[in-house]
Unconditional design. Structure first.
Length: 285
């Protein structure tokens, strides 16, 4: 298991580097199990879509703490899996867990997949679980991923559908907005819903060098904590910046609104919200 680190970053991705290799990435690393559990309903579906064979060489883009990379490596028993991410903190978790779990055919690289000089045609498959929506230049990034795949190599992605289809997002931001209109990122800007339009996905991947693009919908609950207090604290740890500029009275009202929505979504077996993703399959032309 190699432990490689180098990260030339595209100019369009410097803000992403600052976030993911800073406090945001550190928070995700500290709560890796919680994040993995929140999208557990999609994990198996992505691996099924990827159809990883025993000899496959797999590239995992935006691998985070490496759950998808390690599971890909387990399926590619005679092959290998490389996880790439901008967060050194999450990669440290990924390496430790791979070693602890005895997954030897896996490696991790601190790099920007938009510009990293992967060896051309060196992978059979590229996968990503909610990692491809944050590129500053999506056409360049997906073209770079395509170049890393052999001709006919496969792509399997999981990305969020529109905000309106993801109850967790509308509930959290609605509570913490405290009556304000929060700014909406431009469609092409890096954000969780930048790949929510299937037509845009097909056009983007076609331009990047992929064909046979198939976009299918998937839905499932996301669990954010065992009880409302745990879920409230977990979400606030990530989104607390939304209330940082409020006065004490409005901030307290926002926090109470967040707790109320957690209580309303307490199933008795975890605090759950509806969600929706696109599962995307394609091949390098």
């Amino acid at each position: 298991m190699s432990d490689t680190t180098t990260a030339p970053v595209a100019a369009s991705n410097t803000a992403q580097l600052a976030a993911w290799d800073g406090s945001e990435g550190e928070y995700w690393a500290a709560h890796a199990d919680r994040y993995d559990a929140s999208v557990a309903d999609y994990h198996g579906a992505l691996l099924d879509l990827a159809a990883i064979g025993p000899d496959d060489r797999v590239l995992d883009v935006g691998c985070g703490a490496g759950q998808t990379t390690r599971d890909a490596a387990r399926l590619a028993v005679a092959g290998s899996a490389l996880g790439v991410d901008l967060s050194t903190a999450m990669l440290a978790v990924a390496r430790t867990r791979a070693q602890d779990e005895g997954v030897g055919n896996v490696s991790f690289l601190h790099a920007d997949a938009q510009v990293h000089p992967f060896e051309p045609a060196s992978f059979d498959l590229a996968i990503s679980r909610t990692g491809t929506m944050f590129f500053g230049d999506p056409p360049a990034a997906h073209a770079n991923i395509a170049r890393a795949l052999r001709p006919g190599g496969r792509l399997a992605l999981a990305v969020w559908q529109a905000q309106s289809e993801n109850e967790w997002f509308t509930a959290f931001t609605g509570a913490l907005a405290a009556g304000r209109d929060l700014p909406t990122p431009p469609p092409a800007a890096p954000h969780p819903f930048s790949m929510s339009d299937p037509d845009r996905i097909s056009g983007l991947l076609g331009t990047a060098g992929f064909d046979h693009v198939v976009v299918s919908g998937a839905r499932g609950p996301m669990t954010f904590g065992a009880d409302p207090r745990e879920a409230h604290n977990f979400v606030l740890g990530q989104l607390g910046w939304l209330v940082a500029d409020l006065d004490d009275i409005r901030r307290e009202a926002a926090l109470q609104a967040l707790m109320q929505t957690m209580q309303e979504h307490d199933s008795g077996d975890g605090v759950r919200f509806g969600s929706a993703m696109w599962l995307i399959a394609a091949r390098r032309a």
